[in-house]
Design a protein around this ligand. Structure first.
Ligand code: SF4
Ligand code: SF4
Length: 208
């Protein structure tokens, strides 16, 4: 192109831009919608009766490349039961000053206790406020759930919970009299918070 046309070419860019539709994000009045796969704040999930899925195994903490997770497990007792099985996460912290939201911790979790939500508003006023404690991360109690500690309501042991027998039992209580049986091969015990679940073989299904 001849050099005397350079200014015209420059204005060409301006004119093209003038007639484009302007996109103005109205944040925070209208929060931006993110993809369902977006890695936001973590959540500690519950079983359908309200017991916690976390068994305090610390695998998430060991998987974390930023050393952002602190877990201290403790023993369940019959008078103080927080999860099915032997152990639960007594202390659970995530330090969002360190976390890079990579998701390796949720990959490592054997019980799908730990997942990530789409929540991205994690700014706060002090450094201490960005260390989230267990009560900040626990999933809310949905209808039909009871805050732990309480006895196992959905089966005799943790196998019943992870194989979904308790879920079948809970559904039958709402809809009629159906015997408690594990789900058929290929079906899942859905995670009430995410729709994801543990399959009959223990494999994770429907991960975010
Ligand atoms: S998302 Fe990544 S950095 Fe954050 S706690 Fe999990 S493993 Fe650690
Ligand atoms: S969140 Fe999962 S990996 Fe982490 S301690 Fe609990 S059960 Fe283990």
């Amino acid at each position: 192109m001849p050099s005397f046309l350079d200014p015209v070419a420059g204005f060409g860019v301006s004119f093209r831009t003038i007639f484009k539709r302007v996109v103005t994000e109205q944040y925070p009045e209208k929060p931006h919608t993110v993809s369902r796969r977006f890695h936001g704040r973590h959540q500690l999930n519950r079983h359908p009766d309200g017991l916690e899925k976390c068994i305090g195994c610390e695998l998430c903490a060991w998987a974390c490349p930023a050393d952002a997770i602190l877990v201290q497990g403790a023993q369940n007792t019959e008078d103080g039961r927080y999860s099915p099985g032997e152990r639960y996460g007594r202390v659970y912290q995530i330090n969002y000053l360190r976390c890079i939201l990579c998701g390796l911790c949720i990959e490592a979790c054997p019980t799908r206790a730990l997942t990530m939500t789409n929540e991205y508003e994690l700014a706060d006023r002090t450094r201490a406020d960005l260390i989230y404690e267990k009560q900040d991360l626990l999933a809310p109690l949905l209808p039909g759930m009871e805050a732990p500690p309480h006895p196992m309501r959905l089966g005799e042991d943790e196998q019943d919970y992870y194989l979904g027998a308790g879920l079948v039992s809970a559904n039958s209580a709402a809809s009629g009299d159906v015997p408690r049986t594990p789900p058929a091969a290929g079906t899942t015990a859905a995670d009430p918070g995410t729709g994801a679940g543990i399959g009959p073989t223990g494999a994770r299904i429907g991960q975010q």
